[in-house]
Structures are given as structure tokens and as C-alpha cells.
Design a protein around this ligand. Structure first.
Ligand SMILES: Cc1ncc(COP(=O)(O)O)c(C=O)c1O
Length: 436
């Protein structure tokens, strides 16, 4: 495959940067003492809370439609709804059944309509395409579209211009729009930077497609990195990635969660999809790297994986969990999200050390102090602070410090209210008997 096979000219990324400039922030590259040799592209400070605003803005401004439809796991939908509100454009977001409820709430709070559909990303995107065709609305895909890819590429332009001597960029891969955009930005600037794409280890559709020389679809997978659960490489994206990417690395959920803990300790509120970049870096040992759209690190890392890139067969996962002081976390729990499952509420009597009311107060207080809001209502301020899963993670992390316990952090993503979150956390704490 050659450059001629790619349908997007590298210069489209500069055109996108010019077009979207009034609507997006040029985010900083963060340095932290705890993350030596690394720079973090702080897209959590982007207006909608993620880099997705860039691609959405480029497409919506260029298409100029009054009504748009977008398929999304959440961040793209929030971005489209943010733009829709600013530009007076009607927005419908199609989300798969398992997508984060807090992100749906954010889209609705921004005035967007949300349609939930059964199945995975492929079903969701098919439904969005059909809906757009039926209603005459413009389709703004979350990644596989020339304008969206060019918009995401502005992340790469900023990184490479702000740190021209950079050695490596790690890019988390969901639909692949960010990765393809960064590849195009590097081509446009004639940069020799090394580009590494990072996929969940059970959904390595880009690695497999690049190896096979044709698009390979993988079954729907669950992953703590909710933005990275793609099934099939994009038609527009794959040729760009094949042409320029240097390596594609798979990371497992444990590595992602540990990377996220490191980032939070360094004061950077990464969500799992962004923390995947650090998970890949932690196993690579590359110096002078930038972690795009989220964080980085080395330094003291008691939670760091020995080698996050080691493939973990699904059947082996439960025995592979971090140690807990109480009883072991039952098999499959970390992969089960979002999941206010009834059994959590049946087992409530087993609480110890901290009760639900105390925990609810702790969580509510967290929101009040950190986000200036004492509800979990999805406001744009709330999402600018990093999103619900981040806040939930920080709460659990704080509880770990307070209680000196390991908790199944993956369980607490995206619960709709402090009380429900508290129930689940308490349920996990109850894994450790009071006498332990
Ligand atoms: C925080 C974050 N990082 C990375 C990605 C992957 O982006 P893309 O779909 O362009 O590959 C996503 C996708 O939703 C995301 O939410």
C-alpha cells in the first residue's frame, strides 16, 4: 500500500486547524516530575472534555448541516452535542446498549437526543447511517470520515509543533481517527516521529488488519477503555495507518487501570481510554515520548504492570488480578461495566468499616469540592473536569488510601448517582471481612 492509496491529503489537517480554531482549545503538553521523560497532551482540558471536539467541529463546520446524526461511545457524542448547542444544529447520538450512562446524560444535558441500540459498535454505526439516510440529516461518524480524521489530526499538529524534538507519540485507538490524524499531521510536517497505536488486547483489529493486508473484523469486546472497543478498522483510516504507523501495541485492562492510577496520582485525570497510552508506554521503555489525548508516566509505580503488553487470554484473566486483602474478587468482575447489577443490592448486609451513608457523603463531597457541584448531573463543567468515570475512579482511589484496601475499580465506572456508586463501592469493600 502506498501514500497514493490514502484518500486524505496531509494538508487537510492544517485546513482543519484553521477552520476549527475559534471552537477548540490549543491544549498544553504537561510535564510532571513523577512522569520523567514524558509529555502529556492535555485533551481532558478540551472544551467538551476530549479531543473528539476537533473532528466533530471540522465535520460540522464544513458540512454546514442543520441536523446531524452521530454514532458514539460517548465522547464523540458529547463533542457533537457541544457543537450543536453552540452552532444551533440539531443533534441525535446513537449509542450502543453498553455505552456509559453518564455520557448519555451529558449529551442530553447539552440538548442532544440519544437513541440506544442493541449490539456493538458495528450495529450502532449501521443504525446511525440508516437513521441519517432516512431523515436527511448529515452523518458525523466518530472516526471514519475524512473531515473527522483531519480534525483529530490537529492534536498531532499541536504536539509536533510544541515539541519538535519528540521521539515517540503513543496514540490510543478506538475507531482509529486520532491515530490516522496524528499520522497525517506527521506527514504534513515531515516529522520522523515514531507513532505507536494502542489497542485493547482483545480487540486488535488494526494490528491484525495491518498484518493481514486487508480489514479484519473482531467480535464486540468489553474493555475498561470504553472509547477503544472498535471492531473493524475504518475504510478511510486503515490505508493512512498502514502507510505511516510504526507499531501497534495491545494492552490489557489491568495495565490500563494501573496506568490510570499512576496518572491520577500525578494529578492528571485521565479516563481509561486515554490511560491506555501510558499502559503501552510503561511496557516499552521509550524515552522522550508524548502520550496523546491522555497521560504518561514512569517513576514510582507500585501499581505498574510488569509487562502490560503481555497477551492475556480471556480465560486466564481472573487469576491474573491484583492481590486483595480480603477475599479474591470474583472472576469477570472487572470486565463487567457499567453494571448496577441487582446482586449488588441483595448483598448489602455484608458491609463493614464504612457504610453507605458515609460513602455517599464522601462521594457527594468530592463532587461538591472538586467540581463545584453537589449532583452527578451531567453539565459541561462536570465533563470538563474529566467525566464521570474519572471522578468515580478518583473516589475509589481515595478510598483505597483511606482504607488501605484494594478495590475492583473497574466496577465503579459510570454510575448515575452518588448513592448507587456508594452501593457498589461498599459492595466491593464488603469483600474484605470486618475482622480482616
Ligand atoms: C479518551 C479517548 N481516547 C482515545 C479514543 C480513540 O479515538 P478514535 O476513536 O479516534 O480512535 C477515544 C474514543 O472514543 C477516547 O474517548
Amino acid at each position: 500500500m502506498t501514500a497514493a492509496d490514502t484518500r486524505i491529503a496531509p494538508a487537510a489537517v492544517q485546513a482543519a486547524a484553521d477552520r476549527i480554531a475559534p471552537h477548540v482549545r490549543h491544549t498544553p503538553l504537561l510535564r510532571r516530575d513523577a512522569l520523567p521523560g514524558l509529555l502529556v497532551k492535555a485533551e481532558h482540558l478540551q472544551h467538551s472534555g476530549s479531543f473528539k471536539l476537533r473532528g466533530a467541529a471540522n465535520a460540522m463546520l464544513a458540512l454546514g448541516a442543520d441536523e446531524v446524526v452521530a454514532g458514539s461511545s460517548g465522547n464523540h457524542g458529547i463533542a457533537v452535542a457541544t457543537l450543536g448547542r453552540a452552532l444551533g444544529v440539531g443533534v441525535t447520538v446513537v449509542m450502543a446498549a453498553g455505552a456509559a450512562e453518564a455520557k448519555e446524560a451529558a449529551i442530553r444535558a447539552l440538548g442532544g437526543r440519544v437513541v440506544r441500540v442493541p449490539g456493538g459498535v458495528t450495529d450502532r454505526d449501521r443504525y446511525a447511517r440508516d437513521l441519517a439516510a432516512r431523515t436527511g440529516a448529515a452523518l458525523v461518524p466518530s472516526s471514519d470520515h475524512e473531515l473527522v480524521v483531519a480534525g483529530q489530526g490537529t492534536v498531532g499538529l499541536e504536539v509536533l509543533r510544541d515539541a519538535p524534538g519528540l521521539d515517540t507519540i503513543f496514540v490510543p485507538v478506538g475507531g482509529g481517527g486520532l491515530l490516522a490524524g496524528v499520522c497525517l499531521a506527521a506527514a504534513h510536517l515531515r516529522s520522523a516521529v515514531r507513532i505507536i497505536g494502542v489497542e485493547p488486547d482483545r480487540a486488535r483489529r488494526y494490528a491484525r488488519s495491518v498484518a493481514a493486508g486487508r480489514p479484519v473484523e473482531v467480535p464486540p469486546v468489553d474493555s475498561v477503555a470504553d472509547g477503544l472497543r472498535g471492531q473493524r478498522p475504518g475504510e478511510v483510516i486503515l490505508p493512512v495507518v498502514r502507510h505511516r504507523v510504526d507499531e501497534l501495541i495491545g494492552v490489557d485492562d489491568r495495565a490500563v487501570l494501573r496506568a490510570m492510577a499512576l496518572l491520577h496520582r500525578a494529578g492528571i485525570p485521565a479516563e481509561p481510554s486515554g490511560a491506555a497510552a501510558l499502559a503501552a508506554h510503561s511496557g516499552s521503555g521509550s524515552p522522550d515520548a508524548a502520550l496523546s489525548s491522555s497521560p504518561a508516566a514512569t517513576a514510582p509505580r507500585p501499581w505498574a504492570p510488569s509487562d502490560p503488553r503481555t497477551p492475556t487470554p480471556a480465560a486466564d484473566r481472573p487469576s491474573d488480578r491484583p492481590p486483595t486483602r480480603g477475599r479474591p474478587i470474583p472472576a469477570g468482575r472487572a470486565a463487567r461495566l457499567p453494571c448496577p447489577h441487582p446482586h449488588h443490592f441483595r448483598r448489602r448486609t455484608a458491609m463493614n468499616r464504612i457504610d453507605t451513608a458515609e460513602l455517599t457523603e464522601l462521594i457527594t463531597g468530592y463532587y461538591r469540592e472538586t467540581l463545584g457541584d453537589d449532583t452527578l448531573d451531567a453539565t459541561s463543567d462536570f465533563f470538563e473536569a474529566g467525566g464521570d468515570s474519572l471522578a468515580a475512579f478518583q473516589i475509589v482511589h481515595r478510598l483505597q488510601e483511606l482504607l488501605d484496601e484494594e478495590i475492583a475499580v473497574a466496577l465503579v465506572f459510570t454510575y448515575p448517582s452518588p448513592a448507587e456508586l456508594a452501593e457498589v463501592v461498599v459492595d466491593d469493600l464488603s469483600l474484605a471481612p470486618a475482622s480482616a
